[in-house]
Structure formats: C-alpha cells, structure tokens
Write a protein that binds this ligand. Structure first.
Ligand code: G3I
Length: 333
C-alpha cells in the first residue's frame, strides 16, 4: 500500500511524523506504520535537553542515535527538535540558568557544541528555538533562557547554531497562531515582529516551523492564514508544518464518523493552504491516536470518556479520513 511519505514525495513534499524510540523498539505495529508512512521523522522526546544531557556534562545520545540508525537504514531523514525550549529542561539546568548570564551562556555553548558536532552530518534541520512567544501572544514567553540572557537569547542561540553547522536549516518553531481567534491573530503580529527583528539584525534563520496543533473548536480561515504565510515568505523564510494534530473530543461513539469527516476537512484546508504557501515539509505529531500526546497528557485528555482522534491512523493503525485528506492535499486536490 502506498504510504503518505511516498505520495508526498511524488510532488516534492516530505511527509513524516514524530517518533518515540521506546515505542519504535517495543511495538512492531508502531515501527511498521513509520516504515510505511514516514519519509522524515522528528524526535518526540529524544532531541530535547533533558533527554540529551540529563546531568551536566553527561550527554546521552543513545535514544537519538537509535532514531538516526532507523532512518539511515531505511533511507529516511531525521529532523532535530528542540535545542532551546522552556520545557524538558533537567533540574540541574533549571537551577544553573538562575546563576547569571555567563553560566547560562556556558550551558548553551556546551550543549550546542556537543549536540551539533554529534549530529552535524546526520541532522540537516533543527528546531533551534522552540515556542519563544507567550501563549497570549503579546510578548516573549517568560522562560529560564529569557530571564538569564534577556530577549537576545534567541539571537544568541540562532547564531550559535549557524557557527557550529553552516549548512544547517535553522528553524524557529512556534504554535498558537494558525487559527482565526483573537489570541492567534495577535500572536501572528508578535511573531512577524520577532522574525523581522531577527532578520534586520542579520541573525541567521532559515525557516518558521508551524506546529499545527489545531483545535476543531476554533475556526480556521484559509485566506487569512495564506496571507500570513505570504508575509513570512516575503521575509525570505521557508515555512514547514512540524507537529500537526487536530484536537477533537466527544463523548458518544456514534459521533465519531461525522467528527472524523470534519477533522479531515480541516486537515485538507490547513495542509493545502500551507502547501500553496510554500511548505514542502509536513509532519504530524505521531501517526496513531493510540499513542498521541493528546490522549496521554492528563491536562489535555480531559478525563474519562473523552476520545482524541487527532492523527492520521486510529488506535488499530487503520487509515482514517484524516489520512485520506493528507493524501489528497499531497496529490494537489
Ligand atoms: O522521562 C522519561 C525518560 O526518563 C525516558 O527515558 C523517556 C523514554 O522515551 O521517556 C520520558 O518520558 C516522557 C517522554 O515524553 C517520552 O514519552 C517525558 O517524561 C514527558 O515529559 C515527554 O513528554 C513530551 C513533551 O513534549 C515534553 O517533552 C511529549 O511526549 C511530547 O508529545 C510533547 O511534544 C511537544 C513538542 O515537543 C513541542 N510542541 C508541543 C508538543 C506537545 O506538548
């Protein structure tokens, strides 16, 4: 059966998904789905600070290397996620980032030195800075990095990545601006201002990662989103979809077919607009509802009886309307 990765590649698009090493190694159905569907993978956990440097100076790339081996053995690629983020920071780093500017610079430098030298010829695309803007969208997110280094922590990180890997695609990855709600539209303006400032200061940046964690409870306006993408592209930046899933919850099983159809419509509208806007890489945040973070994150799972079906394959690895919507978008409609 032709998978999404193959369908997308026929039109010069890279499709893939976020992978967890422990599931790839433990669940044959999980690994088979990635082999069938994903031309590119991204580490759901294994490229984060806490996974790579759980203790200061003690780097552990074993989980990341397992994904690199998986990808290389199958002729796939692995994109990197995420070097500088406010989550998944180990306790030692949280503490050290309160010990002054020089200490913070030292931590970032040591992490980038080790990780980017290790992945240099293997990972060509990193989310160097992840989620720098506050959820409300009216200022930079208050993170340990911001508190330690000021707003220029973003400039410092992007420059540090370029210095260590001149041909790397440097990505700034963000969420919460995709849909047609006031806080998202405000976040778009804040994001554009941030991107313009970085580029005016000649800070190296190649692409905006659009996470794409969508909510069926929010409207999506394709024309408005297309206009935003055009503004980003006019800055000379590439765009890519990095973490697509579509949050839809309901109680009654008999609603599932109708809701899945609506999720598929939203998937097609969002992805086809992104492709028309220049995106050539699209990743979903996992492949099957069985292992989606939506179902396994208490704050999101919204208690018992609620079903999340935000990914292309269902709990039994069967292709859902969302899978077919992605295939249709990759085929050009
Ligand atoms: O902590 C264990 C670690 O000891 C063990 O070695 C490892 C084995 O894989 O698992 C770790 O468990 C959890 C990990 O997911 C793998 O399942 C971590 O405790 C847990 O915090 C981590 O959650 C991830 C979360 O980011 C924080 O990193 C979710 O899977 C992942 O879906 C979520 O993804 C984020 C993106 O990175 C950024 N955008 C939002 C998105 C959803 O929150």
């Amino acid at each position: 059966m032709t998978g999404l990765g193959e369908i997308a590649r026929a039109r010069g698009i890279s499709f893939g998904a976020a992978m967890l090493t422990h599931l790839m190694q433990r669940d044959p159905a999980y690994e088979a789905a990635f082999a069938a569907e994903a031309a590119v993978i991204v580490s759901e956990w294994e490229g984060k600070f806490a996974a790579l440097q759980p203790e200061e100076g003690k780097f552990d790339t074993s989980l990341l290397d397992a994904q690199l081996r998986w990808a290389q053995q199958r002729g796939r690629t692995l994109r990197g996620h995420a070097l500088v983020w406010h989550e998944s920071l180990p306790a030692w780093a949280e503490r050290a980032l309160t010990e002054g500017r020089d200490r913070a610079l030292g931590i970032m430098t040591a992490h980038f030195d080790r990780v980017l030298s290790h992945t240099r010829s293997q990972i060509r695309d990193w989310d160097v800075v992840n989620e720098p803007i506050a959820t409300a969208g009216d200022q930079l997110r208050d993170t340990p990095w911001l508190r330690a280094l000021g707003p220029e922590y973003i400039d410092i990180a992007l420059k540090m990545a370029r210095e260590r890997d001149p041909t790397l695609r440097i990505v700034l990855n963000e969420y919460g601006f995709e849909e047609d709600v006031p806080e998202a539209l405000l976040k778009r303006q804040q994001l554009l201002a941030l991107l313009r400032g970085l580029l005016e200061r000649k800070v190296p940046l190649d692409a905006l990662g659009i996470q794409g964690h969508l909510h069926m409870s929010r409207p999506f306006n394709a024309a408005s989103f297309a206009g935003f993408l055009a503004e980003v592209r006019s800055l000379g930046l590439q765009v890519l979809i990095t973490e697509l899933d579509i949050r839809e919850t309901w109680d009654a099983p008999q609603e599932i077919a109708a809701r899945d159809a609506l999720v598929a419509e939203r998937t097609y509208a969002f992805v086809s607009t992104a492709l028309e806007g220049g995106a050539r890489t699209v990743l979903s945040w996992g492949l099957s509802d069985k292992y989606s973070w939506l179902a396994n994150t208490p704050a999101v799972a919204m208690g018992q009886g609620r079903v999340h079906r935000g990914l292309p394959l269902d709990d039994n690895w069967q292709r859902k309307p969302m899978w077919h919507a992605l295939a249709r978008a990759f085929r050009g409609g």
